[in-house]
Design a protein around this ligand. Structure first.
Ligand code: Z16
Length: 797
């Protein structure tokens, strides 16, 4: 279609949907008009896909997740529909700056980090592959908080993505369910009846998720909470205006905010309400759809595959049993069996503080029937497995990990190492009882967003050399290996990286006022702040390097820019101190006229998907330095490798598999293994010993401790230093020397530009396996038992 037709569609939406004249239109208006125009193109393929899956009675995947970190949607849709040339040309014709318009879209930040972003990549891959799927979550009014820095300290402000209209969603006033809480359970003719004390309405909002080339689209259905009777007219008429609106306000609280915790779990009543709210609404929707399409409930496991993204929707087990047994009268054992064959559970962490547990008291108050059913599920499991010791309900607590495992057909880990550790640690007993249940599905990322759209230069070069088949068959990147000894290819590869770095440097100058040299190595650590991820190891090494440069400023140092980005959970004091320290160190180093040409520290605030898209294509070095055994997988690590950054990292999570694939020569390994970590913790005073053995570490810590970076408050970092030299649970001190050694190898390697570029290109060429398309195919084969996708759709049941 010519871009002139595209242009008139945009104008039509501007005029009739937005009600604006072109002369008066703002960038917001243009973005909305463009978004509606693009959305129109998705809608037909979306309806076709839904009709195909309905008419073909196809099995569907239902991905239940508290988080979907989808970011911006316009550019993604434009790229997947291959409308980029047309859209740009049409906007140019209209005299509108396309990039500026795209940049006005707020990120949909409905997630904390990796778990939520994984869900978003999975939905896109499911659409690209053409597998019928619905993602279910919560339509949070406020996504993850907006981070600012005040004198280097993190401040949190509410995020407000819905203050503008959300161009991509369709409200479904016809799809609403009443979700109950509290109340009583009584028996009537041998059947349990739950009479909740309170009800909230879950109402659906759908966003189409379009796959590569637009041939299939799936649905992201997000539930909004509202009151059954939002307004009390009697109170209003009596002049009690605030009280009159109260029922609505209370109910809406449930979908008001995303909990800002990555990994650490907190037992809050509202959180449990959110979990039950979206899980119950989703299951009712799933059963209603099933019952429209099939008339035999025994077919449920053949037609419905439910994936629980972590334990957050774990109440799905007892809820599905309740819907089948209490509400449909199916015998209890048969109900459990049916439910269990539909449900699967992905575990994303082994950190004990992150495994959800609810007190029996709270569960009994909020979900009395479910508490009773959990006890019965435990009995059922015990009967089938005599001699077992594991139960979901124990010592007055409901353990959601155990409940999820017991109620799941398959349980999966997210990297090979993580899956093995799951078998050996948290789920060892359940694994012994059910040795076939745990499977591994190493995470992946969508190449459409994380290469094609975010790194157009690398994409153009790749397509020029190997054709564009790589976009939905990422292992074709291996064909780039034929080119890694071609100087012309290497020149083009490094020119693309260089141009990406220049773009980033310009953005840093504009937005932070700091000048960085695109010739320097861009060394990037971007992820949530957590002690196990060890941003403090990175900044301590930065301090030690700064001290050495100052000692010997005329030596031939390899220039580096250390870039950090990431948010700390608002209540995580230690993580916030690390942020403050990084900013304080940056302030001193960037102002040091002796060292700043060799070393700078940059920390842009408010890390989100959009910022990741900007940073990753410009990276030379990817920091993946978690304490071994703690990072379940990581997915940023994959995005960096694909975009030609070399990794400095530990043998943790998917780093292990990345290194196996890209080759040990193209990966800077350091640190203890997961087993060595466990051993080292048993050494008395391990941290103090490490500090005593490494004068560099001792000197860097002393500078931090004595206030070199916080002269206005010299003891500001006493706590941080006391931790790292004392208990040091995450072994920052014990891993420091080897990290330093690896970093100096990085320095030396970076100086050989040709060899570095070749290694970077090999990272790209050998990372094709980390596509989320591969991960989804793995789930289809090993978890969901789905062999059909759009290519195999049949009309027969
Ligand atoms: C999360 O993002 C992750 C784990 C978790 O328990 C909670 C949240 Cl919000 C992350 C893991 O830390 C990361 O290693 C992994 O790559 C990601 O989930 C996706 O599996």
């Amino acid at each position: 279609m010519p871009h002139t037709e595209f242009r008139s569609e945009i104008l039509r939406h501007l005029t009739y949907t937005l009600g604006k004249e072109a002369e008066m239109a703002t960038r917001y208006d243009w973005r909305m008009a463009l978004s509606y125009t693009v959305r129109d193109r998705i809608t037909e393929s979306w309806h076709d896909a839904m009709r195909t899956s309905r008419d073909g009675r196809m099995k569907r995947v239902y991905y239940l997740s508290m988080e979907f970190l989808i970011g911006r949607l316009l550019e993604d849709a434009v790229v997947n529909l291959r409308l980029d040339k047309q859209a740009e040309a049409a906007m140019l014709d209209l005299g509108v700056d396309y990039d500026a318009v795209v940049a006005t879209e707020p990120d949909a930040a409905l997630g904390n980090g990796g778990l939520g972003r994984l869900a978003a990549c999975f939905l896109e891959s499911l659409s690209t592959i053409g597998t019928p799927a619905i993602g279910y979550g919560i339509r949070y009014e406020h996504g993850l908080f907006r981070q600012t820095f005040e004198n280097g300290r993190q401040m949190e402000e509410p995020e407000d993505w819905l203050s503008q209209r959300h161009a991509w969603e369709f409200e479904r006033p016809d799809v609403a369910f009443e979700i109950g809480f509290g109340g009583e359970v009584h028996e009537e003719n041998g059947r349990c009846i739950w009479t909740p004390a309170e009800h909230v309405i879950a109402s659906a909002h759908d966003t189409p998720v379009v796959g590569w080339q637009g041939s299939w689209s799936n649905t992201l259905r997000l539930w909004e909470a509202r009151a059954a009777h939002a307004f009390d007219l009697a109170a209003f008429n009596a002049g009690r205006y605030v009280a009159a609106a109260e029922p609505g306000t209370l109910a809406r609280t449930i979908s008001r905010v995303l909990y800002p915790d990555d990994t650490t779990e907190q037992g809050k009543e509202l959180r449990l309400k959110q979990e039950y709210f979206f899980t119950a609404a989703s299951l009712r929707d799933i059963l209603a759809r099933f019952e429209r399409e099939h008339d035999d409930i025994a077919l449920l496991p053949e037609k419905v595959a439910i994936q629980l993204n972590d334990t957050h929707p774990a109440i799905a087990g007892p809820e599905l049993v309740r819907l089948l047994h209490d509400e449909r009268g199916i015998e209890f054992n048969a109900s459990v069996d049916l439910a269990r064959r539909c449900l699967n559970y992905t575990n994303h962490t082994l950190l004990p503080e992150a495994l959800e547990r609810w007190s029996e008291g709270l569960m009994g108050r909020l979900l009395p029937r479910h508490l009773a059913l959990i006890a019965r599920i435990d009995e059922w499991h015990a009967r089938l497995n005599p001699g077992r010791t594991v139960t979901a309900l124990e010592h007055g607590q409901v353990k959601m990990g155990e409940l999820s495992f017991i109620m799941a057909n398959r349980v999966n880990g997210v990297s090979a190492l993580h899956t093995e550790l799951m078998k050996k640690t948290v789920f060892s007993e359940l694994h012994a009882l059910h040795p076939e249940r745990i499977v591994n599905q190493t995470n992946g990322v969508t190449p459409r967003r994380w290469v094609l759209s975010s790194n157009p230069r690398l994409s153009a070069l790749t397509t020029d050399r190997i054709g564009e088949g790589w976009v939905d068959d990422l292992e074709q990147l291996s064909r780039l290996e034929d080119h890694v000894d071609d100087p012309a290819f290497l020149d083009a590869y490094s020119a693309a990286k260089r141009a990406n770095k220049e773009d980033l440097a310009a953005w840093v100058k504009d937005s932070l006022g700091e000048k960085i040299d695109p010739a320097a190595m861009f060394d990037i650590q971007i992820k949530r702040l957590h002690e196990y991820k060890r941003q403090h190891l990175n900044i301590i090494e930065t301090v030690a390097l700064w001290q050495e440069i100052r000692d010997n400023p005329n030596a031939d140092w390899t220039p580096r820019v250390k870039i950090f980005a990431g948010k700390a959970a608002p209540g995580y004091v230690f993580a916030k101190e690390i942020i403050h320290l990084i900013n304080d160190v940056g302030r001193v180093l960037n102002a040091d006229s002796v060292t700043s040409k060799f070393l700078k520290v940059i920390y842009p605030p408010n890390y989100n998907v959009t910022l990741a898209e900007r940073l990753i294509p410009a990276a030379d070095l990817s920091e993946q330095i978690s304490t071994a055994g703690k990072e379940a997988s990581g997915t940023g690590n994959m995005k960096f490798a694909l975009n030609g950054a070399l990794t400095v990292g530990t043998l943790d999570g998917a780093n292990v598999e990345i290194r196996e694939r890209v080759g040990a020569d193209n990966f800077f390994l350091f640190g203890m293994t997961a087993e060595e970590v466990v051993e080292r913790r048993r050494v008395e005073n391990h941290a103090a010993r490490a500090v005593a053995d490494d004068p560099r570490l001792a000197r860097a810590l002393e500078a931090i401790r004595s206030g070199v970076f916080s002269p206005e408050e010299p003891d500001r970092y006493h706590g941080v230093v006391a931790n790292v030299t004392g208990p040091d649970y995450f072994l920052v001190s014990s891993d420091f020397s080897d990290y330093w050694r690896a970093q100096r190898e990085v320095d030396a390697a970076y100086r050989d530009t040709a060899a570095w570029t070749r290694a970077a290109a090999l990272n790209t060429a050998r990372s094709g396996w980390f596509s989320s398309d591969r991960t989804i195919r793995g789930y289809m084969a090993d978890i969901w038992d789905i062999r059909s996708s759009r290519a195999f759709a049949t009309a027969a049941e």
